[in-house]
Each structure stands twice: as structure tokens, then as C-alpha cells.
Design a protein. Structure first.
Length: 245
């Protein structure tokens, strides 16, 4: 999931977690700020989040998710690389799709209480939550490299049939692997990763017509339809632009 920038920072990922964790993020909203509703965008990822003294999992989204940030509530989280989170957490991706799930519904409650307590008392919560992932990897082992290859090829815009052939899978086998890893099939994964690429280009100031070409849309109208379908708002709202094209 993509997160708003106000009082939000992304920090360096520990080298040993490269390829498993996309980003480490923290949020430190000042206590004087009012509660605010934020739009979290689908990005192909699953997050493990510490907030308000507890741990929860934000599963892979197929649409925008609106969340309220309470005044003065700190957050620390890891955003897993696309497809990596379900394997590390030990839960099929389709069971987490569009869900926000307390970690103690997935792992033993006593273990989760201990981890949450450690994070609550940690001076460096970003390092502490990465340690949770590192310890978990010692048990589960690294995610399936085929999953990373699928994400890479779909990010590049390859057709589903070409991706399956390149990996030595049938399209049905690829679909099953994608459901378990990403929470949805390869066609929706490709749409979401293309949307993520387009949003990044638009936020960098690229004109919308050029974004459509660079991200692989048929035209600007196709881009506009897909952005609204996946985010719920026009692209200019996501970028804060009042005039672009």
C-alpha cells in the first residue's frame, strides 16, 4: 500500500532484507494535529504495521482503502516486496486480500504480545520491526524466487502468457501461484503495478499524456479510467494537479 507523505518517512531497508522488504516506513503525527482520513492506494504489497501498541497486517489491496490517522499515534511498518509478505507471514495472499487483520489472528497471541511490547519500548522502532521480519525469515526461509520473477515481468508489462512461458508454467499454474503470493491473479497484478508506475511518473511531474505512453496504456483516456477504477479519484487529485495533460 502507498502512504501519504505528511509526517511520513521511508527509511533505509537493512541489506539482508533486500528483495523481501520494499520499504520501512514510520509515521509520527504531532499530537496537536486533528484526525485525518487518508487514501491508501493498491501497490501489490502487504504491510506489517505496529500502531497504537499493537501489530496488524494490511493485505494486498485491489482498490483504494480509506484509513483514519488518529492524532499523536505513531506508526512503524515494513512494506514487503510484491508477493513476499504472505510467504513470510505464513498466510495465503488471497486470505489477506483487501483486509486489515490483527497479527494475533495469524500468529500465536502470546508471541504477538511479546513482539508488540518490544516494539512499544524500542528506541528505534524501524530497526525493531525489521528484526521481527529477520527472525521470521530464519524460520520460513526466503520467499519463492519465482514470485519475484513474476512481479518483475508484470512490472515490465509482459503478457501473462509470456510470463508463464518464461517461467515454465501453464497459465493456470501461474494463476494459482499469483493467488497465493499476491492475493489475486496475474492480470490484476499487472494492472496494479502499471497503475503504481503511472502514479509515480505523474507525481514526478510527467505530463499525463506522456505518463499514459510510458506506463503502457492505450491512451490518456485508458489511463484515466484505470486510475479512477483503482484509486477512486482522478489522477489530478492524486498528484494535486489542477491542470495537466
Amino acid at each position: 500500500m502507498c502512504h501519504p507523505r505528511r509526517v511520513y518517512r521511508e527509511l533505509a531497508v537493512a541489506p539482508e532484507l533486500a528483495g523481501v522488504v520494499d520499504a520501512v516506513w514510520v509515521r509520527d503525527p504531532p499530537s496537536g494535529h486533528p484526525a485525518a482520513v487518508h487514501r491508501i492506494l493498491p501497490d501489490g504489497c502487504t504491510d506489517l504495521i505496529w500502531a497504537a501498541g499493537g501489530l496488524l497486517v494490511a493485505g494486498p489491496d485491489t482498490r483504494a482503502h480509506l484509513t483514519t490517522i488518529a492524532p499523536g499515534t505513531p506508526y512503524a511498518a515494513v512494506r514487503f516486496a510484491p508477493g513476499a509478505g504472505p510467504a513470510v507471514l505464513g498466510v495465503p495472499g488471497q486470505e489477506l486480500r483487501d483486509q486489515r487483520v490483527p497479527l494475533d489472528a495469524l500468529w500465536p497471541a502470546g508471541q504477538v504480545r511479546r513482539l508488540a511490547g518490544q516494539l512499544s519500548g524500542a528506541a528505534d522502532r524501524a530497526a525493531a520491526i525489521q528484526a521481527v521480519v529477520r527472525d521470521r525469515l530464519a524460520v520460513t526461509g526466503p520467499p519463492d524466487p519465482v514470485v519475484a520473477a513474476v512481479a518483475s515481468q508484470q512490472w515490465a508489462g509482459d503478457l501473462v502468457a509470456a510470463t508463464a512461458a518464461a517461467l515454465g508454467l501453464s497459465e493456470r499454474q501461474l494463476h494459482r501461484r499469483c493467488l497465493a503470493a499476491f492475493g489475486y491473479g496475474p492480470k490484476l497484478l499487472a494492472r496494479i503495478l502499471r497503475f503504481r508506475r503511472a502514479a509515480g511518473l505523474a507525481r514526478a511531474g510527467v505530463r499525463f499524456a506522456e505518463v499514459a505512453v510510458a506506463a503502457g496504456y492505450a491512451d490518456q483516456a485508458h489511463l484515466a479510467r484505470e486510475v479512477r477504477a483503482l484509486s477512486g479519484v482522478p489522477l489530478r487529485v492524486l498528484t494535486g494537479a489542477d491542470a495537466a495533460g
